[in-house]
Write a protein that binds this ligand. Structure first.
Ligand code: 13P
Length: 227
C-alpha cells in the first residue's frame, strides 16, 4: 500500500525518534531521506536533533538538491549529496538512513569491516559490510567514496564516521540499520569470547539462496550467482 505524503512524513519522524531513543545519534547527528513517487525527495533538515523532528520540519528537494518546499529557516541535511548518490546509483532505493550507532561506528572508526559470515540472520539479510574510504562530511568526497560499493551493498560503514543503510522504503532502511548494529554487537561479543565461528561455504550459499523465499529485497555481495 502506497503511503500519502502525510503518512510518509509521520513515518520518517517515527524513524528519527527511534534512532535517537536507541542512542544511534547524539545532538544533531544523523539524517533520513525518502524518495517520493514523483521523483522528488523528503529529507531531514540540517542541524536538528532527531528527537525533535516533526513532520512540517522535513524539507522537500529535487534530484539536484534544490529546495522545493521548506518551513522558513530549514535547509536540507548537509549530507544530502551522499543520499542523492544512493538514489542515482540505485533505481531500487526508496529511502536512505545515516546514523552513528555506537558499536557499528566502533568498527568504522577502527577501520574494521563486518565481513565475517558467522550469524545466519546477517548472512541472509546483509552479507559482508565494508568500510568505505574516508571522506569529509558534506563534500563530494563522501558520495565518491561510497559509489563503488553501492552495486552490491545495502549497508556500509563510513570510515571514521558512522553507518549508512538503504532500502525500498524507510522502514526497510531502518531495519537494516538495526540488523547492522545488532550484528556489530554480536560480533564484538564473539571476539571477547575468543572469536566467531564462521559458517561453512556450503551453508553460507544455502542461506544466501534463501533470500528470495524470505522476500528480502535489495543487494547482497554474494547473491549475483542466484539471480
Ligand atoms: P545534518 O544535521 O546536516 O543532517 O548532519 C548530521 C550528520 O550526522 C553529519 O554527518
Amino acid at each position: 500500500m502506497e503511503l500519502n505524503h502525510k503518512e510518509l512524513r509521520d513515518q520518517i519522524c517515527d524513524v528519527c525518534h527511534k534512532m535517537w531513543q536507541k542512542g544511534w545519534v547524539a545532538a544533531n547527528d544523523g539524517n533520513v531521506s525518502v524518495k517520493l513517487s514523483d521523483g522528488t525527495f523528503l529529507v531531514t533538515p540540517t542541524g536538528i536533533s532527531k528527537s525533535f523532528i516533526t513532520p512540517e520540519k522535513l524539507v522537500q528537494i529535487d534530484k539536484s538538491g534544490k529546495i522545493l518546499s521548506a518551513e522558513e529557516g530549514y535547509r536540507p541535511s548537509s549530507e544530502i549529496k551522499m543520499h542523492l548518490r544512493c538514489y542515482q546509483e540505485r533505481e531500487d532505493v526508496g529511502a536512505v538512513l545515516h546514523a552513528h550507532p555506537p558499536v557499528a561506528t566502533g568498527y568504522a572508526v577502527a577501520n574494521r569491516p563486518l565481513d565475517e559470515y558467522s550469524m545466519i540472520e546477517t548472512v541472509i539479510a546483509l552479507g559482508s559490510v565494508p568500510v568505505t574510504p574516508y571522506g569529509t562530511p558534506s563534500t563530494e568526497e563522501v558520495p565518491e567514496a561510497i559509489a563503488p560499493y553501492l552495486e552490491e551493498h545495502d549497508a556500509l560503514l563510513l570510515q571514521n564516521h558512522g553507518a549508512l543503510t538503504m532500502g525500498t522504503d524507510v522502514i526497510t532502511a531502518y531495519y537494516r540499520m538495526e540488523t547492522l548494529e545488532l550484528f556489530a554487537q554480536i560480533s564484538l561479543n564473539a571476539h571477547l569470547l575468543g572469536g566467531a565461528q564462521e559458517i561453512s561455504r556450503e551453508n553460507i550459499d544455502r542461506l544466501i539462496s534463501m533470500r528470495e523465499g524470505y522476500g528480502v529485497t535489495g543487494r547482497h555481495p554474494g547473491y549475483k550467482k542466484y539471480q
